[in-house]
Design a protein around this ligand. Structure first.
Ligand SMILES: Cc1ncc(COP(=O)(O)O)c(C=O)c1O
Length: 415
């Protein structure tokens, strides 16, 4: 008959585990458990909306751009959609449409101040799709990806999807890179260092000097281990920058680097799932790497990035949303937080504040803000307890209305 292999209980309720694990994979059950605080926050927010009315809630919990796409977007979309040429909806090369990749290569060459060609670009299902094809292509079992805290919560899941391990390291108090912490974390399992700049959730842009030092460290470590340690730069917020700040051209610093970007935030089209990966023209084993990325796009089930959206962003890639609006909101929220007595770094890009919670327990403070009908996210979720994230992709009116709540929350903790 069938062999009965015992499943481990992990110290959890055996009966529940056995019944759920008969349908849902145990690892997913664990993930669902560890991600449950997000669901909880969401449910608590929904409860507050039902109780007080949606118009009374200041919801700063989601990084979902609220601004409409640029006014030209609809026109481009309609023109592209009207194309009835044969094959326009067909399967295509897994890396994407060649003419669109050429246009992205022009953009990446401009952003990174080196010459890239279409063959070094893979069109992806957003930055999330890009990260997954990179990890799928690079990681052997238990390989490690180092990331500086605070970091985008999904990274841990993406790295795990491909059998790797995310290794978060401390940053400096201003959230800049702690190069020594990165150096200490590098070992013979390290496959890459992952950066995200402008950073979600801190809004910090990593500066030229720290990137130069990091590049030198990675070069030294690659020589030591006689294999490349990659620099992966996740840049969906590259063009969402304020006061003339610019994100340094990562590909210029280090040949074994890979950039991911998307149009989710700067074109305000996250639901359309479109972005790309750019590989440095001098990356080690570049052809094999590009072939692996292309195959990963196919076998992870993306097959290729959406055809219609590839054509649309090919035409509309420079029609970015109105950054001045985000800057205005950032400035007003900074005034409000300052007045209320919070400690924070003014974001240089993206649309998040990551203030210090005035009490050590950030989750508790997020609950106190909820009592004031303000929804935010605890820093614990980004690997940095003691902080909380405010996403300011919300209407100016919501920011204005939040003022009293932010002040009262401080009063509630006796500050
Ligand atoms: C840092 C970071 N990386 C990647 C993503 C995923 O972006 P996309 O919607 O383009 O997949 C997000 C989305 O919020 C993000 O904040």
């Amino acid at each position: 008959m069938f062999e009965n292999i015992d499943i481990e209980s992990n110290g959890k309720d055996e009966k529940m585990i056995r019944s759920s694990a008969s349908t849902v994979a145990r690892k997913m059950l664990d993930f669902m458990e560890s991600a449950s605080w997000i669901r909880k926050m969401f449910e608590e927010g929904a409860g507050l909306r039902a109780k007080f009315g949606a118009d009374k809630i200041c919801d700063f919990s989601l990084g979902n751009p609220d601004l409409p796409p640029h006014r030209s977007f609809q026109r481009v979309l309609e023109t592209v959609a009207a194309d009835r040429s044969p094959g326009v909806h067909s399967y295509m090369p897994n890396a994407g449409l060649t003419d669109v990749r050429s246009r992205m290569a022009v953009q990446a060459s401009r952003d990174h101040q080196i010459k890239l060609s279409a063959e070094e670009i893979i069109m992806t299902c957003g930055a999330a799709g890009g990260l997954n094809i990179i990890f799928k292509s690079l990681l052997n079992p238990d390989d490690e990806i180092i990331v500086s805290k605070p970091y985008f919560v999904e990274y841990g899941f993406y790295v795990d999807n491909h059998g790797g391990r995310l290794v978060p390291v401390e940053s400096r108090p201003d959230f800049s890179l702690d190069i020594k912490a990165i150096e200490d974390a590098i070992n013979n399992k390290t496959k890459a260092v992952l950066l995200n700049s402008p950073n979600n959730p801190s809004g910090v842009i990593y500066g030229r000097t720290e990137l130069e030092v990091l590049a030198k460290l990675l070069k030294r470590a690659s020589d030591y281990f006689s294999r490349p340690i990659f620099l992966i730069s996740d840049e969906p917020y590259r063009r969402l920058v304020f006061n003339g700040y610019a994100v340094p051209p990562i590909l210029r610093f280090y040949p074994n680097s890979i950039v991911i970007t998307s149009f989710s935030k700067d074109l305000s089209i996250p639901g359309e799932r479109i972005g790309y990966v750019a590989v440095h023209p001098e990356a080690s084993r570049k052809t094999a790497l590009l072939d692996a990325l292309t195959l990963a796009n196919r076998i992870l089930g993306f097959v290729n990035a959406p055809a219609l959206m590839q054509r649309v962003v090919g035409e509309a890639l420079d029609h970015i949303t109105d950054i001045k609006v985000y800057q205005r909101r950032r400035d007003r929220l900074a005034e409000i937080l300052r007045e209320a007595g919070y400690t924070f770094i003014v974001p240089q890009g993206a649309f998040y504040f990551f203030p210090r919670a005035p009490i050590p327990d950030d989750t508790e403070f997020v609950r106190i803000l909820q009592k004031e009908c303000i929804l935010t996210v605890p820093g614990t979720g980004f690997g940095s307890p003691g902080h909380f994230r405010i996403a300011f992709c919300v209407d100016d009116e919501v920011i204005e209305r939040s003022r009293k709540g932010f002040i009262r929350a401080m009063e509630r903790v006796g500050i």
